[in-house]
Design a protein around this ligand. Structure first.
Ligand code: 13P
Ligand code: SF4
Length: 342
């Protein structure tokens, strides 16, 4: 038997991140007679490994996960799985790095170290430190989509699932710097009724949705509910019937009364939405066509760098692994622990 995929892999045409030579497990020969799904199951036992996957991963990768979740659920799962000696993280670099900050004793492997994030790239630690120095009276709340070094310069970390709770835990008279997602920050400022200074970063996927096309689609499907992630821009969010993190959007589809949903987030989530709510009609929110003729699309090119083959190699060879300086890890842990204690 040759190693076959169970689902179509993504064919993304939005620009892929630059290749790196960070020791990623690619370009290696794999015996084509192997059934990679079976091999991965065997390796999980041998390595005492737990596989954590984000909802934006390709369907085949979601299917091999022991825990499937959003950023917060995966950070919690990394720590909760005390039995595991190895974490195979099917997500992007900042997520695997967060797992390592929380679980330094575990080997954390990421199939492709180049799986980055436009938000993490937008906010280097030295720039955040300078911003903070200019605002000594503010506290810094940083989205989990950031590097360990940037986390280390922060007072609080939040995810899209708990951001409202974190902001509400900070006294109302305390001024806040929020980084690096200006769209999540603007949505929080609006929903929490708080003024916040926002860092000018954004997610390259969630800012591609087209307000014009969404308005057209809503008119064509008057009974459809438009649900959107708070990383989308305000002009899109103002048309949303429901705004929430990836797991909240999933819950809404699974338990909400509407039959049809226009889904304003990365399309990887549709796999689990279809599994949990097979009777619902799901329409990916449209993006604007590009002038150069390539389709803009709702897929994260970083997330899609991970493949079944690379996942197998990572578990087999236990690399590429996430390594962190211990002093940096301890400093990044402080605001993360503060978040997890809420
Ligand atoms: P959540 O997993 O918190 O919904 O975040 C979405 C995202 O873009 C992750 O990179
Ligand atoms: Fe980063 Fe956006 Fe990709 Fe999430 S979807 S990893 S926020 S670029």
């Amino acid at each position: 038997m040759s190693y076959t995929l169970r689902h179509m892999t993504s064919q993304t045409s939005i620009p892929t991140p630059p290749p790196t030579d960070l020791g990623q497990a690619s370009g290696q020969w794999i015996d084509p007679s192997l059934d990679l799904f079976e091999e991965i199951e065997k390796l999980k036992k041998e390595r005492k490994a737990v596989v954590l996957a984000h909802y934006y991963q390709d369907a085949d990768l979601q299917d091999i996960a022991d825990v499937l979740g959003d950023s917060l659920q995966l950070a919690q799962a990394a720590r909760a799985r005390k039995d595991a000696e190895v974490i195979l993280f099917l997500g992007v670099h900042f997520m695997a790095e967060t797992a390592k900050i929380l679980c330094p004793e575990k080997t954390v492997v990421l199939p492709d170290l180049a799986a980055g994030c436009s938000l993490a790239d937008a906010c280097p630690a030295d720039k955040l430190a300078a911003w903070r120095k200019d605002h000594p009276e503010h506290v810094v709340v940083t989205y989990i989509n950031s590097t360990a070094a940037t986390k280390a310069e922060s007072d609080w970390i939040c995810t899209s699932s708990n951001a409202k709770r974190i902001i509400e835990a900070i006294p109302r008279d305390q001024p806040i710097l929020f980084a690096p997602d200006q769209n999540l920050g603007a949505w929080l400022a609006k929903t929490c009724g708080r003024e916040m200074d926002l860092w000018p970063g954004s997610c390259i996927v969630h800012i591609t949705f087209s307000e014009r096309q969404i308005v057209r689609l809503k008119a064509e499907h008057p009974d459809a509910e438009f649900i959107a992630h708070p990383e989308c821009e305000d002009n899109v969010l103002r048309h949303a019937d429901f705004v929430g993190s990836t797991s909240r959007l999933l819950e809404r589809v699974a338990t909400g009364e509407s039959k049809t949903f226009i889904v304003g987030t990365e399309t990887g989530i549709l796999h689990e939405m279809r599994r949990q709510a097979p009777d619902k009609v799901l329409i990916p929110a449209p993006v604007e066509a590009r002038d150069d003729g390539t389709c803009g699309c709702q897929e994260c090119p970083y997330m899609k760098l991970n493949t079944l083959e690379k996942a197998y190699l990572a578990l087999r060879d236990l690399k590429p692994s996430i390594e962190l300086d211990e002093d940096l890890r301890q400093r990044a842990l402080v605001p993360l622990e503060r978040m997890l204690s809420i």
